[in-house]
Design a protein around this ligand. Structure first.
Ligand code: SF4
Ligand code: SF4
Length: 83
């Protein structure tokens, strides 16, 4: 199962990661002013939180990496036909 790791010392509590997570894995803790992992089992390893975190505080382990087709320029040109 994928493991989401948040470096507490790096987190600024901006909550962008919690807002972008499609499966509501991350939760803001107002007392600590930090985000923590609430529902690890629901993580789909989309890596959106990792890409968007301005503090590079989030990483994942044990996920199956696939090619990012949406970053493939040739594919993007072909996909424009359908947009
Ligand atoms: S995006 Fe990064 S800095 Fe902001 S709350 Fe999430 S882990 Fe913390
Ligand atoms: S990798 Fe995706 S699903 Fe998992 S915690 Fe981050 S945003 Fe949510």
């Amino acid at each position: 199962m994928v493991e989401v790791i948040i470096k507490k010392e790096a987190c600024r509590g901006c909550q962008i990661c919690a807002d972008i997570c499609p499966t509501k894995v991350l939760e803001y803790n107002p007392a600590e002013q930090l985000v923590s992992v609430k529902n690890a089992a629901d993580c789909i390893a989309c890596l959106s939180c990792t890409y968007i975190c301005p503090a590079t505080a989030i990483s994942q382990q044990n996920f199956h990496s696939v090619k990012n087709f949406y970053r493939d320029l040739d594919f993007s040109v072909k996909a424009k036909r359908y947009l």
